[in-house]
Design a protein around this ligand. Structure first.
Ligand code: NDP
Length: 251
């Protein structure tokens, strides 16, 4: 996997779910992990403690990815830890409660600000540090898409699906934009993964309830998404850029 000892990975939303699994795996692979949380300080502190208990280094930073000043501060914290080599744009929200005719403007703005603008702001900060054009030494970015980008979320969350469609477009476009600046950009597109994100619709068992619709007949585990993310960031994926990998149990 290559020497990662001087490398920093920023993982947004590293306090819970998929981001937690990614933070732990990247720390195990030798990255110093700068993980962000928005509200759940205790969960973030627990992830950091787990990293440190295994001899790793990291920092947990409060950051609403939709807020530019928070994102700038997040990357300043990453700078203090070492050389930025990886970004995982993982922070995201979903709300499975409504059809488009019931969506408030506030909900739509929050969805796009968090899932799309947040990822773009973090990416801007990362490119400014990684790009050989700015004197950087390159790096890799992985965005969290969703199979909802292709399935559409009809009747439940077309706004979320649209936000993830934007992530797919931006992954492909950015990959080409920075391909000769030492930066690779890819996305992982999970299916149903058993995390707390599903409780947003008021049904904490939603991930398990959807199992019959999944060819593998089960929801995925966060670790099963962390693994392809870590691989895409690694030197083993050195010729991979602009790809979107489904990890969805065949769905
Ligand atoms: P969780 O709800 O379990 O965790 C979300 C994480 O994002 C938390 O760490 C949370 O911080 C953080 N977060 C939420 N809002 C913000 C914000 N405004 N700024 C910064 N951080 C924020 O989600 P998952 O682990 O399930 O999802 C992670 C990603 O994977 C998302 O982008 C999601 O869309 C995507 N995905 C998930 C699927 C699934 O089935 N779980 C399927 C397809 C895609 P805090 O702990 O402080 O609240």
């Amino acid at each position: 996997m290559g020497d990662t000892s001087d490398k920093v990975a920023v993982v947004t939303g590293g306090s819970r779910g998929i981001g937690r699994a990614v933070s732990l795996l990247l720390a195990e692979r030798g990255y110093r992990v700068c993980l962000s949380y928005v509200a759940n300080e205790t969960a973030a502190a627990e992830v950091l403690a787990a990293i440190e208990a295994r001899g790793g280094r990291g920092v947990a930073v409060q950051c609403d990815v939709a807020e530019e000043k928070d994102v700038v501060a997040l990357f300043e914290a990453a700078n203090r830890l070492g050389r930025l080599a990886a970004l995982v744009n993982n922070a995201g929200i979903v709300d499975v409660t409504c059809r488009v005719d019931a969506m408030s403007a506030q909900r739509l703005q929050r969805m796009m600000a968090t899932n799309v603008i947040g990822s773009l702001l973090c990416t801007r900060e990362a490119v400014r540090r990684m790009s050989t054009r700015h004197g950087g030494r390159g790096g890799a970015i992985v965005n969290l898409s969703s199979i909802a980008a292709k399935l559409g979320g009809a009747g439940q969350y077309v706004d979320y699906a649209a936000s993830k469609g934007a992530i797919d477009s931006f992954t492909i476009g950015l990959a080409r934009e920075v391909a000769d600046e030492g930066i690779r950009v890819n996305a992982v597109s999970p299916g149903v993964i058993d995390t707390e994100i599903h409780a947003s619709g008021g049904n904490p068992d939603r991930a398990r309830a959807l199992a019959p619709d999944i060819p593998m007949k089960r929801a995925g585990r966060p670790e099963e998404i962390a693994a392809p993310i870590a691989w895409l960031l690694s030197e083993e994926a050195s010729y991979m850029t602009g790809t979107i990998i489904d990890a969805a149990g065949g769905r």
